[in-house]
Design a protein around this ligand. Structure first.
Ligand code: GLV
Length: 322
């Protein structure tokens, strides 16, 4: 069996795959160019890809023997899943193994933006700190405030589970009326959370954290209209997918002080950042790091390879995308 792996994975993970298949590894540091991807996938039975690879109709059609596309990510908006399924190709992702890491990181962003960590560090490195002063660079307290989580999935719930440690109450909104998407790590003890419409959540929350997948429905869910619903003292956190937020609208809203600040891990056109955001002090910008611990990234690669090995071995995939 032939497997294309589009980016270097930990050697322990690659070795497991090499023991059962011929592995064609794209060893470049950036994403594999689309024409090379189409050429190299042509004789493959499995494809291990990353969120930076666009697996569209052309890629899928270029690989007549393909059985499985294993995305090393929980999000799979980079894959034309409907076309893969129509062609009988299984698509898998890596849920669960990154939940805690992303939830921790979400709280790192919440704490950093509300306490002005990166703004303070920038000032200090510019040599502009004049010494301690009682009213210097004051932030916002979390205790007694409301965390509004948009989404009901595993990550949203793991973020909510941490809220009592910071004295925050939780509100949530979701278009689905089922209580989330389950999974082994979903058995966390959740604090009481009030369900409300998106408008009311935006209108009443002090921190709004986005945890929805990118779909046609959620693209620009946060735009000029919804931003205008937020409290002027509130913060927006995005660790989901960049296009869930209209970046130009967010930059405008931050310039107008329609909200107090935003912390972003993901962007509309990664790795490009909207130029208006770069000049603002009330936005914290980090380079898509939320799942980025050694442990989690290795577990994600392991799970993707487990999915490939299951499908090529004639067994059911562990974490198929439905
Ligand atoms: C990261 O963004 C992922 O979807 O795993």
């Amino acid at each position: 069996m032939n497997v294309l792996v589009t980016r270097k994975l930990p050697s322990s993970v690659l070795d497991r795959l090499r023991a059962v298949a011929n592995v064609d590894l794209y060893a470049g540091d950036a994403a594999i160019p689309p024409d090379e991807l189409r050429a190299r996938v042509a004789d493959k039975h499995a494809l291990v890809c990353l969120l930076t690879d666009t697996i569209d109709r052309d890629v899928i059609d270029a690989a007549p023997s393909l059985k499985v596309i294993a995305n090393v990510a929980v999000g799979y908006n980079n894959i034309d899943v409907a076309h893969a399924h129509a062609r009988g190709v299984i698509v898998t992702n890596t849920p669960d193994v990154l939940t805690e890491s992303v939830a921790d990181f979400t709280w790192a962003l919440i704490l950093a933006i509300t306490r002005r960590l990166s703004e303070g560090e920038r000032l200090l490195r510019r040599g502009e700190w004049k010494g301690w002063a009682r009213d210097f660079m004051l932030g916002t307290e979390l205790t007694g405030k409301q965390l509004g989580r948009v989404g009901l999935g595993r990550i949203a719930r793991a973020v909510a589970a941490r809220a009592p440690a910071f004295g925050m109450r939780v509100a949530y909104t979701s278009r689905r009326d089922t209580p989330g998407d389950g999974g082994p790590r979903s058995q966390v003890v959740l604090p009481h959370a009030e369900s409300m419409s998106l408008d009311r959540l935006l209108n009443t929350s002090d921190v709004v954290s986005l945890h929805v997948p990118l779909t046609p429905d959620t693209r620009h869910l946060i735009d000029k209209r919804t931003l205008a619903r937020m409290k002027r003292s509130a913060y927006l956190i995005n660790t989901a997918r960049g296009p869930v937020v209209d970046e130009a609208a967010l930059a405008w809203a931050l310039q107008q002080h329609l909200l107090a600040g935003a912390a972003l891990d993901v962007y509309e056109n990664e790795p490009a950042i909207h130029p208006d955001l770069l000049g603002l002090e009330n936005v914290l910008l980090v380079p898509h790091l939320a799942s980025g611990t050694t442990e989690t990234r290795t577990a994600m690669a392991d799970l993707a390879v487990d999915n490939v090995m299951a499908v090529l071995g004639g067994r059911a995939p562990l974490t198929p995308v439905s």
